[in-house]
Design a protein around this ligand. Sequence first.
Ligand code: RB5
Length: 145
Amino acid sequence: MKIAIGADHGGYSLKEVLKKHLLERGFDVEDFGTFDTQSCHYPVYAEKVARAVAAKEAELGVLVCGTGIGMSIAANKVKGIRAAAVSDCFTAQATREHNDSNILCLGERTVGPGLAMRIVDTWLDASFLGGRHQTRVDMISALEK
Ligand code: RB5
């Protein structure tokens, strides 16, 4: 499975930790930057990852900024994207099972690397439950029209 990953300067260090972790788990990772801690604009990287996921060039995406919130707001502007800003494992599992989220957003300033890796693992290891949740996801998609 291919995972698109991206960050701004506020999430660069955690992105590097997560990229290494995902590669060690055997995922194919495409890194859309940023590639250092120089100040930059998070919507640039949110768009790159969101467009890759929306175009099915990657199955899922992971975005990191200071809080995960700016990335999620920006990524959710792209049609077909369901990005969730998450800071605990319960929510990580629920947003895959119920919302079929296709991008996980994390905050380097809000979660440490150990918890972030656990959140990513929980999210990746969970599956969409479909059924009544599919109906609701379809209702979300209808909002895009
Ligand atoms: C950058 O200072 C910060 O605003 C950004 O990383 C993110 O937290 C936005 O939501």
